[in-house]
Design a protein around this ligand. Structure first.
Ligand SMILES: *[C@@H]1O[C@H](CO)[C@@H](O)[C@H](O)[C@H]1NC(C)=O
Ligand SMILES: *[C@@H]1O[C@H](CO)[C@@H](O)[C@H](O)[C@H]1NC(C)=O
Ligand SMILES: *[C@@H]1O[C@H](CO)[C@@H](O)[C@H](O)[C@H]1NC(C)=O
Ligand SMILES: *[C@@H]1O[C@H](CO)[C@@H](O)[C@H](O)[C@H]1NC(C)=O
Ligand SMILES: *[C@@H]1O[C@H](CO)[C@@H](O)[C@H](O)[C@H]1NC(C)=O
Ligand SMILES: *[C@@H]1O[C@H](CO)[C@@H](O)[C@H](O)[C@H]1NC(C)=O
Length: 374
């Protein structure tokens, strides 16, 4: 029998600058002892997947799920990412492999040293990500290309540093040219600083990169050389910090299900094509009846491809000129931007405008955009 802890919350998290998502998650604690692989199959069959964890706040919520902390250990969806060993920038920028510093690190770094510091005398070096160092954040304006750097006064693990940089600036610093490196070197002086270069040795079952990690001391140690799966560890008053185990151990586990009713379709279609797509494959193009729905849809729209906007289910009546929702929603909520309703009597459809704080705006219906169904 499954004992299910039922949890619902609104959760905001940024996984990488390219993937940020707003979802309503339901967590399910399954008190059946299974190997990691069996647990993954079970979650995929009954819910969505094994749980993935992306912030300290989410860790708190998970620790407080009834029954979880009474276990010795509980599987989460984290597993060693076999094979892939290339260096990546935390903000998703491409790595400039012509830079000698990056080439050098490729040759030198051994296993387990998956995060990069710039050491005194300018040497780049791979280090254990759980070590503490000062770090250099950047604030970046992608439009103007302007960057400012901020060096921390405190020492933190690479993962904590990433969280702080993303909260207070844009990201950990990424470096693309010798000129930029020189500018940074003049600022860091004699400090050892974390930069945003890392290798994702661990990967979530749902394919998301593991840019938040919360290991117990000395973990992941890969003690038996086959400890490729991760769990929360509560034995001997451990407080749920992460530990690596052989995947063949049997523990209870945590699954999740995404309860969001909206779906972003990352294909470019005219408004009519989008409407057909939603009505065939889902229910309809999304209507936005209240501020909660507006926020949820705006967060989804952030992850769309392309700059301008995303279709929603707004259409203008060509004869009478009024706007209406395709699903006949008649709520009063409105979020039109300034001058956004267009000329009367033209063929206009409604989108949310990524460049105007996700307000609603008219667009020619034959424009091809991503769209949101429910
Ligand atoms: C990549 O590095 C090379 C040499 O190290 C430099 O000449 C080039 O401008 C860099 N590319 C970018 C996009 O910054
Ligand atoms: C980014 O740069 C552009 C172009 O220089 C400027 O118009 C815009 O205000 C800047 N954005 C921020 C948030 O500073
Ligand atoms: C429904 O979705 C499938 C694939 O996701 C797509 O190929 C198909 O065109 C969609 N249907 C319509 C009517 O757009
Ligand atoms: C907002 O609209 C959504 C979508 O129709 C609905 O599920 C939700 O209950 C509404 N929330 C409030 C606070 O009215
Ligand atoms: C949709 O179009 C935008 C530009 O208008 C483009 O950047 C994006 O890659 C396109 N997305 C897809 C999935 O084709
Ligand atoms: C953007 O929209 C949200 C809600 O839709 C609002 O709370 C916020 O103040 C707006 N921000 C700006 C800069 O207008």
């Amino acid at each position: 029998v499954d004992m299910e802890a039922f949890f619902q919350l609104l959760l905001f998290f940024a996984v990488a600058s390219v993937i940020s998502q707003h979802v309503i998650l339901q967590y399910h604690f399954v008190e059946l002892e299974k190997t990691w692989g069996e647990a993954q199959n079970y979650c995929r069959a009954h819910y969505q997947d094994l749980i993935s964890i992306h912030s300290a706040q989410q860790m708190e919520t998970i620790r407080s799920i009834s029954g979880v902390s009474n276990e010795e250990a509980v599987w989460i969806g984290l597993r060693r990412n076999a094979g892939v060993r290339q260096w990546l920038w935390s903000n998703g920028d491409p790595v400039n492999t012509s830079m000698s510093d990056i080439n050098q690190i490729n040759h030198e770094s051994k296993n387990k040293k998956n995060c990069v510091v710039i050491k005194t005398k300018n040497k780049w070096q791979g280090e254990d990500c759980s070590k503490v160092n000062c770090f250099i954040c950047m604030k970046e304006n992608k439009t103007s290309g302007q960057r400012e750097y901020h060096i921390s006064s405190e020492e933190r693990s690479w993962f904590e540093a990433l969280e702080i940089c993303r909260r207070d600036y844009t990201d950990l610093t990424s470096i693309h040219s010798p000129e930029q490196l020189q500018e940074i070197q003049s600022k860091i002086g004699n400090n050892d600083v974390w930069i945003g270069l890392y290798r994702d040795e661990w990967l979530w079952s749902n394919g998301k990169p593991a840019l938040f990690q919360d290991w117990g001391q000395g973990e992941p140690n890969n003690g038996g050389n086959n400890e490729n799966c991760a769990g929360l560890w509560f034995d001997n008053n451990r407080d749920g910090k992460w530990i690596n185990f052989p995947c063949s151990c049997s523990f209870p586990f945590l699954c999740y299900q995404d309860q969001s009713k909206y779906i972003l379709v990352k294909e470019n279609k005219t408004w009519i094509e989008a409407l057909n797509y939603c009505r065939t494959n889902h229910t309809d193009l999304a209507s936005i009846p209240n501020a909660t729905a507006q926020t949820e849809i705006a967060e989804l729209a952030k992850t769309s491809s392309g700059g301008g906007g995303v279709w929603i289910g707004l259409r203008r009546d060509r004869l009478l000129g009024f706007w209406f929702w395709m699903d006949d929603d008649e709520s009063e909520f409105s979020n039109w931007g300034d001058g956004s309703k267009g000329d009367l009597f033209s063929d206009h459809c409604g989108m949310i405008d990524k460049e105007e704080n996700f307000t609603w705006r008219f667009e020619c219906c034959s424009t091809k955009l991503n769209f949101i169904c429910y």
